[in-house]
Design a protein around this ligand. Structure first.
Ligand code: GLV
Ligand code: MN
Ligand code: MN
Length: 414
């Protein structure tokens, strides 16, 4: 079959069964899963996948940020490994496929090689990267960022959880994933990640695979607006310093920018008012901003446009702005050879494929800083993700697993 492999196909039923079993941990009533990074549910998910790695004969190591990496030996002891992986943490009330598919398909590649007693020149590594979602600790893609040397371990360890009760290091220890494998981690020969598209393009165009060309740039900030809490009945409008009004303007400002700047997306995904009472003018508003663009200059233009508009609104209302940067990553560009290999494999499997950028962040963008990297996308039904109804058809899951296998097999021989 594809690209010189000996005709091996993954076991699609086994991959689907693994996805279903992992989704039982932290299962949510609407059919999704919730395993927020470093919580006991995340720990239980890791325990299960780790036990499967061990059952597949992989040698498992855990590093200081909790990345779990299972290694299948190659014939050449000096050859750098081909790494496949993703994440198994989810957003709150998330889906069963985001990240999980990439990890379990990587494991399925190892299981398939085992089934055929197939030896490869390079070792194969299956990686679970910690805290890809960034829902409880920022930035997102933290495990792969630390692995590739973009964030220092001590800094990550000292971060505090959302209620401030524990550090990240304490939480890692509590779930049993404070390991001692070296960081930054050894550089693989290549990294490949299978992922659901999380958007509508492949389904709408009736295309089987995306050969991902890169990931757009992203900025996350938490913004606090400080006004003055006061009586809702007695404070004339002209005397108010209403943080809520400026926050409301911010949401519309973000939307307006997306009409002015090509390919711009912008989201205010969390907002709260304090004291948060019916009869009190909001004295404080806190919200997050997520802006993304494939073009770094346009992303900067969006950032400048947003904050100059917010400054003007805050000044009008007599409200003070505080900014806290949570994540800032430039666009990532994947390796031409890996992108072409994905296309070649798709053709050999008789599948349609198109090149496409990724709108979502992925561990692959961090690995692309250190080694040739690529991704395969499979269609997301209705383009829905970060939602319990996230769904990818069984046939597409299996086809994606076969594509990952074929790409990996070629690289393992290289
Ligand atoms: C990661 O899932 C992202 O927000 O892109
Ligand atoms: Mn993901
Ligand atoms: Mn996600």
């Amino acid at each position: 079959m594809a690209a010189g492999s000996p005709g091996l196909r993954i076991n699609g039923a086994r991959l689907l069964e693994s996805l279903a079993r992992l989704a039982e941990i932290g299962a949510t009533p609407e059919g999704g899963a919730e395993r927020l990074a470093f919580t006991p549910e995340d720990g239980a998910g890791r325990d299960l996948v780790r036990s499967w790695m061990e059952d597949a004969g992989l040698e498992v190591r855990v590093d200081g940020i909790g990345n779990v990496i299972g290694r299948r030996a190659g014939e050449d002891p000096d050859a750098a490994p081909v790494m496949l992986g993703s994440h198994i943490d989810t957003v709150g009330n998330g889906g069963r496929y985001d990240g999980n598919l990439g990890v379990l398909a990587a494991l399925e590649v190892a299981r398939t090689l085992n089934d055929g007693n197939t030896r490869t020149r390079r070792p194969l590594e299956v990686a679970i990267f910690s805290n890809e979602e960034g829902s409880r600790y920022h930035p997102d893609m933290m495990g792969s960022l630390v692995y590739t040397g973009g964030l220092d371990l001590e800094t990550a360890w000292a971060l505090r959880n959302p209620d401030g009760s524990q550090t990240l290091k304490e939480e890692l220890e509590a779930i049993g994933y404070l390991g001692d494998a070296p960081l930054p981690g050894p550089v693989p020969a290549a990294y490949v990640e299978l992922h659901i598209e999380q958007g509508p393009v492949l389904e709408a165009e009736n295309i089987d695979f995306g050969a991902v060309t890169g990931v757009q740039g992203i900025l996350w900030e938490e913004i606090t607006l400080n006004g003055k809490a006061n009586h809702a009945g007695t404070t004339p409008m002209r005397f108010r310093h209403d943080a809520g009004v400026v926050a409301a303007e911010a949401v519309l400002l973000a939307r307006r920018l997306t009409r002015e700047i090509p390919a711009q997306v912008a989201t205010v995904g969390r907002m709260s008012f304090a004291p948060g009472l019916t009869n009190v003018v909001p004295g404080r508003a806190t919200f997050t901003l997520d802006i993304r663009n494939p073009d770094p200059d346009r992303l900067l233009r969006a950032e400048d446009g947003f904050f100059s508009g917010l400054d003007a609104a805050a000044e009008r209302e007599g409200v003070r702005i505080e900014r806290r940067e949570l994540a800032r990553f430039g666009p990532a560009v994947f390796d031409e050879k890996v992108i072409s290999l994905v296309e070649e494999v798709a053709a050999t499997l008789g599948k349609s494929c198109r090149r496409m950028p990724s709108g979502a962040g992925h561990d692959a963008q961090m690995l692309s800083r250190v080694c040739p990297t690529g991704m395969v996308f499979v269609p997301s039904v209705g383009g829905v993700s970060h939602n319990p109804t996230e769904f990818t058809r069984d046939a597409d899951v299996a086809a994606g697993g076969n594509a990952l296998f074929a790409v990996a097999f070629k690289l393992l021989k290289s």
